[in-house]
Design a protein around this ligand. Sequence first.
Ligand SMILES: [Zn+2]
Length: 89
Amino acid sequence: MNCLQVARVLQSYVDGEADEVTARRVAAHLADCRRCGLEATVYQEIKSALARRQSPDDLTLRRLRDFSTALLRDPPPDDDSADGTADGA
Ligand SMILES: [Zn+2]
């Protein structure tokens, strides 16, 4: 799973709505990828803030927005695609 795929399912993962296989893949990626780990932390902060009936603070929202912006502007390399290995046949 790459960062973009994780970003797509991260909210349902944090909400406990992802299926078991997905949850395991996301957890493995989060353990490995600092950026997505931070993103998961931000979601959890927002979730717990909502649970306390408080608004997420400005810093949390700004971090979340910065993350999305950075991901769109500077997409991570796609780990799943193998290219540059064509040797002709
Ligand atoms: Zn990642």
